[in-house]
Design a protein around this ligand. Sequence first.
Ligand code: G3I
Length: 409
Amino acid sequence: MNTPLLKNYRRDITILAAALAAVLNFTQCTPKQSAAVSSVPNTTPHEDPNKGLKDYFKNDFKIGVAVSMNSIRQDSALIIREFNSLTPENDMKVGVLHPAENTWKWENADAIVAFAQRHHIAIRGHNLLWHTQDAKWMYTGPDGKPASKELLLQRLRDHIHTVVGRYKGKIYAWDVVNEAVQDGEDSTVIYRQNSPWWKIFQSPEFIEAAFRYAHEADPAAKLYYNDYSSENVTKHRKIYKLVKSLKDHGVPINGVGFQAHWKINSPTQDALRTALKEITSLGLEVQFTELDIDIRVPSALTPNATALVAGAQAAAPVDPGYTPELEALQIAQYKKMFDVMQEYKKHIKAVTFWNVTDKSSWLDGRGQGGGAATATAGRIPRKAYPLLFDVNGQRKKAYWAVVNTVDEK
Ligand code: G3I
């Protein structure tokens, strides 16, 4: 904890946080006071035990959360109180649901849908086509060679018709295609090249087909293209080109999902505005589908981040934890992002958090800044604290900063 590198890092963060804290009004981080309690100092939270995020945002958009059977078992009361949309975190992914041609694993997906229906919570489906957690068997033909386009399309159609058909009328929106755009600065390479789908098709035909099959199976479901880093200027132009081409070809697409795996210093409000402006100009709706704000220090805030990681590995476990400085930065970033969402609320249909509380986030255990381990930056035991509920399921100050962005006019 006391290495020179960590001291530098703490100093960098402290300077930035002090500047931010100065502009942060503390009232943004406590509940707004009703007239009846206006004499209560606003440092004393007046929490209405019956109200949750879904109630504060009821005139704006749905507030959702990604769940597993574990999180439903552990946090059902909180989920029911706070959210009015649920996304299965893993249990509807193609490889999880359909691991072999004649094998279907419905148990968890059905249980999540039943839980949501019991509590009158809407359900988003995630997802129908992705290059990860996919069904590997689909890519090989009976002769052991790569499947033909025709066979792959037939399998895709069968999969989508079976899943979307099973939950027809119960799932209001589907992430039909997930992460099909190529990362990187080369703006001429739009489609993800290392996807098994791209390798077989060498064209976006499979993307168009997935949307058409989903629409055939449930014409009322809202169909989304979903991706991450959607606020990065190069990436969002590629996403724009992809969805515009779908629209131009008459493909039934309703919206774009911004995953929103954000950091305490990124994206900027202007980057988010630019991306929202472009996507909504196509007449598409938007959902923020996987929101979290990782507090682990991005390299832009600590020029010596790589060295810090190396030092941390040597001296593990190193975790500065949820310090007041990092908390202030996270609160400020949550407020900035929700302020922009308020500006675009007529286009935004739902905002979904990716996991329930800071006790368990998919980011924990991943490397510095949320990426997977690499040769130079291995996994270090630092928690991400990215959500609005702390490790004990209590509302954080960031919760109130978010709630207080609601425009009550
Ligand atoms: O279920 C197995 C378990 O049987 C096994 O013992 C264990 C050992 O590692 O693995 C378990 O599976 C893990 C699964 O999560 C369920 O916990 C996988 O290893 C792990 O890779 C998987 O991670 C998921 C990740 O997608 C896969 O890429 C995360 O939970 C999930 O939050 C994450 O979600 C994605 C979205 O779908 C798309 N956008 C990015 C987002 C974050 O990566």
